[in-house]
Design a protein around this ligand. Structure first.
Ligand SMILES: Nc1ncnc2c1ncn2[C@@H]1O[C@H](COP(=O)(O)OP(=O)(O)OP(=O)(O)O)[C@@H](O)[C@H]1O
Length: 326
């Protein structure tokens, strides 16, 4: 059974039309006009239990809308959704205890006057976490999220990165089996983002949770998600392995070599030279030629170091957004 099943999902918002000027404003009090905004159209995908999947797409593609439907905050206009064995829009208490929807833009809700520990205790009551389980989970989360120094501080006084750590602890205290993570590293510095990534990977591995993650930071996707669902203008454009998407959209690999005495002309003959500094060279080489070219370079030149790299994921995804997956 799939942990998450989405079939032919459509969502159309009814948005009020607001014109500028006082006459129009006054008129709209009596005659409100609306327009339909199709946010997602015929979106289908399924997640197996324990999968960690990247859900990516440009701004306005429909990612948050889909996640809101999956967590039961919105009722889809049409289509079928099933999360674990539930229809999310019913928002049954037992469903809510098995999922978490965590947003980087609003990591912690509720009263901002409470301390992190008070909020965790309140969450425990709300989600009916047994006392022994609460103590065990709290200890584990405190350790994994380095919460020791935060527990006795008020939510309102936390920095963005600290809020995200507290938000994750609150959401994961009841051990949800499915996590919808909407831009969990939004606005975090490099080490803050890295620790959130490490935490998500460890949580998923330890608990076998299913994770659907949106992010505009390709480092999140590259480090966590072997599979991608790419959505654009409300439609799924790609659903498959990340490495296959990279291979499809970038028929080149990068060969980075250190060879201080190499002849530039010889290197240019081996591939497109895209970087050269202090004896380190980067060549763009067609995928099918990589093995032959690197063997030849190692034979012909005095090579101190050589590495074959995939092109940066940003480049691949930018191409997918601009030109489509094809
Ligand atoms: N409450 C709403 N009323 C009307 N239109 C909306 C509403 N919420 C979202 N939309 C529209 O639906 C579309 C999808 O929005 P959504 O927030 O799901 O995109 P997203 O992929 O999460 O974008 P981003 O990466 O910018 O967060 C957009 O065109 C957006 O303007």
């Amino acid at each position: 059974m799939a942990a998450v099943l989405v079939e032919d999902l459509c969502m159309t918002y009814r948005a009020p039309i607001r014109e500028s000027g006082w006459k129009a404003t006054l008129g709209s009090v009596f005659h409100r006009r609306f327009r339909d905004v199709a946010a997602i159209r015929d979106v289908s995908f399924a997640l197996r239990r324990g999968e960690v999947v990247g859900f990516i797409g440009p701004n306005g593609a429909g990612k948050t809308t889909t996640m809101k439907i999956l967590s039961g905050l919105l009722h889809a206009t049409s289509g079928h959704v099933q999360v674990l064995d539930y229809s999310p829009w019913q928002r049954r208490a037992d469903f809510l205890r098995r999922i978490a929807f965590i947003r980087g833009s609003q990591p912690v809700g509720g009263s901002q006057e409470l301390t992190v520990l008070d909020s965790l205790q309140y969450q425990r009551l709300l989600y009916e976490v047994p006392a022994a389980e609460y103590r065990r989970n709290l200890e584990e989360l405190t350790d994994l999220l380095e919460l020791d120094d935060l527990l006795h501080r008020q939510l309102r006084a936390l920095s963005l990165g600290e809020k995200m750590r507290a938000g994750l602890a609150l959401a994961l205290l009841y051990r949800p089996e499915v996590m919808f993570l909407d831009e969990p590293t939004l606005g975090l510095d490099v080490s803050g983002a890295t620790s959130i990534r490490r935490f998500v990977a460890e949580y998923a591995e330890q608990t076998g949770a299913t994770v659907l993650l949106t992010s505009h930071y390709m480092a999140d996707v590259a480090s966590l998600c072997p599979r991608l669902v790419l959505i654009d203008k409300g439609n799924v454009q790609y659903d498959g392995r990340l490495d296959e998407l990279a291979a499809r959209l970038s028929p080149y690999k990068l060969v980075r070599l250190t060879a201080p005495h190499a002849d530039e002309a010889r290197l240019r003959a081996a591939g497109e030279l895209i970087e050269a500094s202090n004896g380190t060279w980067v060549l763009r080489v067609p995928r099918e030629d990589v093995a032959r070219t690197t063997a030849q370079l190692l034979t012909d030149l005095d090579v101190a170091d050589l590495a074959v790299e995939e092109p940066p994921l940003e480049v691949v995804i930018d191409r997918a957004y601009r030109e489509g997956v094809g």
